[in-house]
Structure formats: C-alpha cells, structure tokens
Write a protein that binds this ligand. Structure first.
Ligand code: HEC
Ligand code: HEC
Length: 284
C-alpha cells in the first residue's frame, strides 16, 4: 500500500518491532470507496431483509421476505397446479387414465417418487429388474399376467411363486434330464422322452401341459428364452432341485413380491399400476 511513498520518510505511529515500523499511510482510494460501499450495502440489506435477531425472532425487513415464506409460496403454487389433476385422477379408472395422454403424463410424473421409494430398490430405477432376482417390468413377459387387473392384484396383495424342491422325489439323473429338456425347449429341440418325463414328474400341473406357464401360479413360461434365474445348466438344475420359496430347503430360490395394501393408498396403487402397465409391456 505504500508504493507511492518512500517508506523511509513516511510518517509512522511510533510503534516499532524489531526495526519494522507501523506507518500511518492512508489506504488507497479504491479500497476506501469499496469499504464505504460495503457499509452502505449492509445498511440497505438490514432495512430490506430480516437481519437483526430480536427476542421473538428477527425483524421482518421492508420487503417482508423470508426463505420459509418463499418455500411455502412455491409449495402452494405447486398444489394449485396439482390439485385439479389429483381430484380427477381419484375418480378415473386405470383404463381411463391410460387412454388419456395428458392424465397419463401427470400420473407418470407423480409416481416417479413413489416408484423410487417403494419399488426401485428391487425392480431397478427404470423397472428393468435384476437378473436372477427381480423380474423385469418393462418387457412383455409376465409371470402373473400383464393386464391392469393382474398388475394391480400383484401390487396390492404381493406374490410368492412356489415350486417344490424336486431333489427329494427325483434322482439326480432325472433332474439333469429335465434341465436339458427345459434348456432345449426354447430352442425347439425338446425330445419326446423329455416331454414324457416332464409330464410324469408333475411339472405340467403348474407350468401347463404346453409348458407356457400359468399366470395364476406365476409359474414361468419355460418355452421362451427369458430366464428368471439364469439359463446355465447349473442354474436350471438348482431351480429344479431346490425349488422356489422353499424356506426349509437350503439354496432354494427366493422370490417374494411384498404386498403394498397396507403401505399405499388405493389411489397410489392404481397410479403405480398405470405406471407399470405403461412401461411398455402391458396387456389387455
Ligand atoms: C423386496 C423386493 C420387491 C419390492 C420392494 C417390489 N417388488 Fe415387485 N416383485 C418382486 C419379486 C421377487 C417379484 C417376483 C415374485 C415371484 O417370482 O413370485 C415381483 C413381481 C412383481 C410384478 C409381477 C411381474 C410379473 O412378471 O408378473 C409386478 C407387476 C411388480 N413386482 C411390481 C412392483 C411394484 C409396482 C413395486 C413397488 C410398489 C414392487 N413391485 C416392489 C420383488 C419386489
Ligand atoms: C407347484 C408348482 C410348480 C411345479 C410342480 C413346478 N414348478 Fe417350476 N416353477 C414354478 C414357479 C411358480 C416358478 C417361477 C418362480 C418365480 O419366477 O417366481 C417356477 C420356475 C421354474 C423354472 C425357472 C424358470 C426361469 O425362467 O428361470 C424352471 C426351470 C422350472 N420351474 C422347471 C420346473 C420343472 C422341470 C418342474 C417339474 C420337475 C417344475 N418346474 C415343477 C412352479 C412350479
């Protein structure tokens, strides 16, 4: 700050420490101006905005602004836009919403958070599922059916597909033969002997005589190439040996879709049904 002065002759305060004197040079003009401007800014801010902590909270300021008021106004504005839609959604059926593009858009944006909170931990953020664990909701391959009613029933009451562990009833050779049969099915290479063993072992009772699955049981379609638990021979052998949801069988597949009837309102379940249906795989 003393560029323009000769420090040797500049006036000082008389204070000196180890040969270093404290000078009394005035600070540069630009600095002084900034200093007074900032004081002025302070005073203006004090008058306009809440600033001084008083006993019952801060003074209000001339503009009467506060962050909480701003927040409440934003929420009120959002509610105002939302309410007529929400009222209308309450009275519409899932089918009606699906037929109305504007309401469908609103329903889908409303359920973004719901799906994120309640479903995505298992089914993934976009409903794509996790291979071997949680089914993909975006494809047109359904365990329990992809109609509006079936999806709604799934979300409301949950699902728990049951398949017995066949290790007790069948020998290892038969299980391996069945696994080879199941793997050959989607490739169109199943043998007659395989079909016979399939029938005799009782697989058809749940998976259907044509092995295409029965939605009431949530038994997988074995003729398509979509695999719930993996298509390697080892994985298929494991499914047949250990079954699905057999609590007392070690290594049994776990496949439990929780019920949401106590956690979500009817309206939210309806809107989630609409969302899942409109992921792309919904069926009539
Ligand atoms: C704890 C994990 C979990 C959560 C959370 C969960 N699901 Fe599921 N969901 C599953 C499992 C596992 C299955 C398959 C059940 C079976 O195989 O029997 C399933 C099946 C489904 C199905 C049937 C798929 C078909 O192919 O028929 C739908 C639809 C579904 N879930 C929607 C939802 C929605 C919507 C939510 C959020 C409200 C949700 N799920 C939350 C684990 C979960
Ligand atoms: C009591 C009904 C029931 C019987 C009997 C049954 N299954 Fe299953 N099976 C199911 C269900 C339910 C699933 C689907 C589980 C799920 O995805 O939640 C399943 C799944 C499978 C899978 C896995 C498919 C995939 O996509 O990963 C295979 C393989 C299979 N079964 C083969 C068989 C064979 C072979 C037999 C006869 C030895 C048989 N099942 C008998 C109910 C049954």
């Amino acid at each position: 700050m003393s560029n323009h002065n000769n420090p040797g002759q500049a006036p000082d305060t008389g204070h000196e420490w180890d040969g270093i004197r404290e000078l009394t040079n005035a600070p540069p003009k630009w600095w002084t101006i900034c200093f007074y401007l900032s004081l002025l800014w302070c005073v203006v801010y004090f008058i306009l905005y809440p600033s001084i902590p008083l006993i019952n909270g801060p003074n209000e300021g001339l503009l009467n602004w506060s962050s909480i008021k701003e927040y409440k106004q934003a929420v009120a504005k959002y509610q105002e836009i939302r309410e007529p839609y929400m009222d209308q959604l309450e009275t519409m059926s899932a089918e009606q919403i699906l037929a109305d593009q504007e309401m469908l858009n609103f329903a889908n944006s409303y359920t973004n958070a719901l799906f994120g909170d309640y479903c995505s931990a298992c089914h993934g953020a976009g409903g794509q599922g996790v291979e071997g664990r949680f089914p993909n909701l975006r494809d047109d391959n359904w365990l329990y059916g992809g109609s509006v009613d079936a999806i709604k029933e799934t979300i409301t009451n949950g699902r728990e597909g049951m398949m017995p562990a066949f290790q007790a009833d069948l020998g290892q050779a038969e299980i391996e033969q069945l696994a080879d049969f199941v793997i050959a099915l989607p490739q169109g290479q199943a043998t007659q002997a395989g079909w016979s063993l399939y029938e005799e072992s009782g697989c058809g009772l749940c998976h259907g005589e044509d092995a295409k699955g029965v939605p009431d049981f949530g038994s997988a379609n074995l003729t398509d190439s979509v695999w719930r638990f993996g298509d390697s021979r080892d994985e298929v052998i494991r499914t047949i040996s250990k079954g699905v949801n057999q609590e007392d069988v070690e290594g049994s597949r776990s496949a439990v879709m929780p019920a949401f009837d106590e956690r979500l309102s009817d309206n939210d379940i309806k809107l989630l049904t609409v969302r899942v249906w409109s992921f792309g795989g919904g069926q009539q």
